[in-house]
Design a protein. Structure first.
Length: 500
């Protein structure tokens, strides 16, 4: 143990990246609070650290999202089928309080439900979240009163998840805490946060990403397994991690992550699987049997065809497209000039699932928001994508208003809704294209321009390659027409203190 005399009195902290210095949109937006941060500002001398500011902004924006749901809370959920759509304030939460047996005290997965849905169609950890909220909901008063309370209790629990996500994103890239504002201020994030229970899985995934960035492979696996027990999509992150660890030869870290994920998923699922298999398997059977639904390009094809594809055929084709995307991401990983960052591939794999899937509920955008902030922390591209998602958010509710308003036809007809789907798909594909460009030309990557390699990569940050294909066997090239200096990366945290 070092003596007091030999211990340095201070440790050099890496410079914090200031988006307002290089990002024109961030600089313009900062004028609302006094303008860009000056180079002599004492950022560490106040309680108002970037992470705390981001967390409070996230909570404040979440509260505005609750206000946006006020017309539904005060009546539209309960009176008039189309008014919750014309006000764009629909939420599954109050409707499922009675529809899934919580009002009657039924136990999810164990007690069979009356009606056409025999068991709860959500993964186990989400079911636990829903049940805990039901325990906290007063059982007295009218059913409308109880449903209002149930939504408010869930909103409070989901607000905690939103704060966790903001903090985790801000801390994943140690030198870029302000990137968390992309999450906190994302318009689609605010609008969709309380439609369903997706924020639970998103929070666990964001926490898993933070653990991986700190080199804690087992903790990452445990959290990712729990996230997968709440929603299926987090499991896809293991694919990019596999090919990245393959390229870097980090098999031990990947093995720990995979083991932690499998064990934590089994701990949550095995008891229910053993004692109530029919209820446990409902989520997987429902996902398989569900037909083509809202938000997907499959719906456009089905509604414009005299002979729509059968559900079984769509399942096979969607799986084939997803596998092709996985293959493309693997090839991209092994052939890129520099090993892609983990957040980049995580965003691409989840986006691929969203684009190829047979359904896209508006709250699915929550899956991508934290990953997009880590993969491409550029306000212009982020806001372009968000504008497309807000357009889709309004489009689906106006379409449902049109289909539920009878002869009045208030809202958006089918052709208009197809355009809204197209806008959503184009926005997602645009952001994917920008991320792929950053991978192929790492000198264009905002994170690497600041001197980092892969701050969310944990053991991959600055690691040497052991398996590469094609051009990846050669040093990264820098486009001659760029005015920016050549970026030095690959030295891990030693390069973190550099600035341009």
């Amino acid at each position: 143990m070092p003596s007091a005399e030999s211990t340095p009195t201070s440790v050099h902290e890496p410079d914090t990246v200031r988006p307002t210095r290089d990002d024109k949109i961030a600089a313009a937006g900062s004028e609302l609070i006094g303008g860009p941060l000056g180079r002599r500002a004492l950022t560490g001398a106040s309680w108002w650290t970037p992470v705390r500011i981001v967390a409070l902004v996230a909570i404040g924006m979440f509260a505005l999202g609750l206000v946006q749901k006020a017309p539904c809370y005060n009546g539209a959920w309960f009176f008039g089928a189309s008014s919750q759509y014309t006000h764009a304030c629909y939420s599954d939460i109050p409707h499922l309080y009675q529809g899934r047996g919580f009002a009657d005290g039924l136990v999810p997965y164990f007690d069979k439900l009356p009606g056409d849905m025999d068991y709860l169609e959500y993964p186990v950890l989400t079911g636990v979240f829903m049940e805990v909220a039901a325990w906290l909901t007063p059982g007295s008063g009218s059913i409308q009163h109880q449903e209002q309370w149930y939504w408010m209790v869930n909103a409070g629990m989901l607000m905690v998840c939103a704060a966790v996500i903001a903090v985790c994103v801000s801390r994943t890239h140690a030198r870029r805490p302000w990137d968390g504002l992309l999450v906190a201020l994302a318009p689609a994030y605010v609008l969709t946060a309380t439609i369903n229970w997706d924020l639970l899985a998103v929070a666990l995934t964001a926490a898993a990403m933070l653990m991986w960035s700190r080199g804690r492979s087992v903790a990452f696996g445990v959290l990712l397994g729990l996230a997968t027990a709440a929603k299926l999509y987090p499991a896809f992150l293991l694919g990019p991690l596999l090919v990245l660890c393959w390229r870097a030869g980090a098999w031990r870290a990947f093995g720990k992550a995979l083991g932690g994920a499998v064990v934590s998923w089994l701990v949550v699922n095995l008891p229910v699987m053993y004692f109530a298999f029919d209820g446990w398997s409902k989520f997987y059977r429902f996902s398989q049997d569900r037909g083509v639904d809202f938000g997907s390009f499959w719906l456009i094809l089905a509604q414009n065809s005299s002979h729509p594809l059968r559900t079984e055929t769509v399942n096979v084709l969607a799986l084939a497209l997803m596998l092709l995307c996985c293959l493309g991401i693997a090839v991209l990983t092994f052939t890129a000039p520099r090993r892609p960052r983990f957040a980049q591939l995580a965003f691409l794999i989840v986006a691929a699932f969203i684009v190829t899937n047979k359904v896209y509920s508006p709250q699915y955008v929550l899956w991508l928001v934290p990953l997009a902030a880590l993969a491409r922390p550029k306000w212009r591209d982020f806001l372009i994508w968000q504008a497309c998602e807000v357009g889709y958010f309004l489009g689906i509710w106006m379409y449902l208003a049109y289909t539920t308003s009878g002869d009045a036809h208030k809202g958006l007809p089918t052709d208009g809704y197809h355009w809204a789907i197209g806008v959503h798909l184009l926005g997602t594909l645009y952001l994917c294209a920008v991320v792929v460009r950053d991978i192929l030309m790492p000198e264009r990557d905002e994170v690497r321009l600041a001197g980092d390699d892969d701050p969310s990569g944990g053991v991959l940050d600055g690691a040497e390659d052991v398996f590469v294909l094609g051009p990846a066997a050669h040093p990264p090239r820098h486009a001659a027409h760029f005015d920016t200096p050549a970026v030095e990366w690959g030295n891990g945290r030693e390069a973190a203190g550099g600035s341009l």
